[in-house]
Design a protein around this ligand. Structure first.
Ligand code: GLY
Ligand code: MN
Ligand code: MN
Length: 440
């Protein structure tokens, strides 16, 4: 039951980080347990950096990496406690955690304040997530001050403080085989969930009932939780980008936009599909849908090594703007409409983001002021959309159509691989699946 992860994998990750640090000490704490109300807690979810470095699942833990002549990897964690384990479940305890998770030493978390000043002595740099949590900031300042107090004995405190995120983000941006296996599983579970949702949709069903289908499929598939709050938006609700109320009945003739993804072993999937509640696209819905689908295809075609981060977005915008003209939402030359940003009335977000442990994952989008180049191992979403609120000059038949199509894409050596390709996407695929849904 308490299977440890592949400790070699995590040990090697930490070793690579230590090489990149050059010199100094890195301290990364996991997430705190958070009270929801009175004595009920939110489900615990480890800090993404900590999880990436350790695979260690318990709260109240800290990883410390010390470079130098004797490089050392330390874990601080909760002691074994039979009484507490009866109530709250298994704890590794430092002794077992040390070997199972590949550390040089592991100590009870209570010893952190006592041991940290010593570990910081004569280290030039402290790598730490600055400003994320005030209590931790104060604690780290306390350790630094206790090292400084020993200055007259010749001991030096770190002279510089570096944000650990800068360094770790670059690693997290490139997914290794283990991470890709987790992401493929998250994608697979999420694809099943979307199919389940399509099958359950019909006029009169409430958005929350469809959300329940998603949650069922996530947990059934072994995912811990949704990677973010699912958006189940029928009709006009699809034009509210972060609609999460999910409590309105679905109407005949409306589209349903679902943006939902599972989190598996910490890794997110992020899929959006838009389909007709009754299983058949109306002519207007189909016209708009085909434009977004074509925009997505154009964007995905730009996901390849050497292209910039922005290339898929530019490709999507160009197709969308031509589509807005065809739909008579906009008038003018495509280049001018792009230049002026007029298209933002109907497409106001960007075409994607990095994806990994966090749904909006770690990694810079620009390097030295220029859009970053895509490289193998990066995973990003491609999610163009079209959101048509009623307004001046908007043909009535298009009112309240909101469409987004989102897939998760891995950059490969030769181009890309769509990790979420199992989720039906063309008009024909969706209508075929939905036509069969009541005959099961
Ligand atoms: N579900 C969040 C996003 O698509 O960015
Ligand atoms: Mn999404
Ligand atoms: Mn997304």
């Amino acid at each position: 039951m308490h299977t440890p992860p592949d400790s070699t994998l995590y040990r090697q990750r930490r070793r690579r980080v230590m090489q990149a640090m050059g010199e100094g000490v890195m301290i990364i704490a996991t997430a705190p347990e958070v009270v929801r109300n009175r004595d009920a807690h939110y489900p615990f979810r480890p800090d993404s950096y900590f999880w990436w470095l350790t695979g260690f699942p318990e709260p109240e833990s800290v990883v410390v990496l010390v470079t130098g002549k004797r490089p050392r990897q330390y874990l601080f964690c909760r002691e074994k406690n039979i009484e507490k384990e009866i109530w709250d479940g298994f704890r590794w305890g430092p002794k077992a955690a040390r070997t199972a998770f590949g550390f040089d030493a592991a100590w009870p978390i209570e010893q952190l304040d006592r041991r940290m000043p010593g570990l910081l002595e004569n280290q030039p740099v402290l790598f730490y997530v600055i400003g994320h949590d005030t209590a931790w900031d104060n604690r780290v300042t306390g350790w630094l001050n206790s090292v400084r107090e020993k200055a007259r004995t010749g001991v030096q405190a770190p002279a510089s403080l570096t944000d650990a995120r800068r360094l770790l983000d670059e690693f997290r941006l490139f997914k290794d085989d283990h991470e890709l296996a987790m992401m493929r599983r998250a994608a697979e579970i999420s694809a099943d969930a979307h199919i389940r949702a399509m099958r359950a949709s019909k006029p009169g069903v409430n958005e929350h009932e469809i959300e329940a289908e998603l949650l069922y499929a996530f947990r059934r598939g072994g995912a811990e939780a949704p990677a973010y709050t699912s958006i189940v938006a029928g009709g006009a609700n699809a034009c509210i980008l972060h609609y999460v109320f999910n409590n309105r009945p679905l109407n005949d003739g409306d589209l349903l936009l679902i943006d939902a993804g599972a989190e598996f072993s910490g890794y997110a999937a992020d899929i959006t599909r838009t389909f007709p509640v009754n299983g058949r696209f109306s002519p207007a819905q189909k016209e708009a849908y085909e434009i977004v689908l074509a925009a997505q295809a154009a964007a995905i075609a730009e996901v390849k090594p050497g292209n910039t981060w922005n290339a898929p977005h530019d490709a999507a915008v160009r197709v969308l703007v031509q589509g807005m003209k065809d739909l008579k939402l906009l008038k003018g030359r495509v280049d001018d409409l792009i230049e002026s940003g007029a298209y933002r009335a109907f497409y106001m977000h960007r075409t994607g983001h990095w994806l990994g442990l966090d749904v909006h994952d770690a990694g810079e989008y620009k390097v030295d002021g220029e859009w970053r180049k895509l490289e193998p191992g990066m995973v990003l979403t491609v999610e163009p959309g079209l959101y048509i609120r009623p307004g001046e000059g908007v043909p009535r038949r298009l009112n309240n159509i909101g469409i987004r199509i989102e897939d998760d894409v891995l950059v490969t050596e030769t181009g890309c691989e769509v990790l979420t390709a199992a989720t039906p996407k063309t008009v024909a695929e969706i209508e075929r699946l939905m036509a069969r849904r009541h005959r099961r």
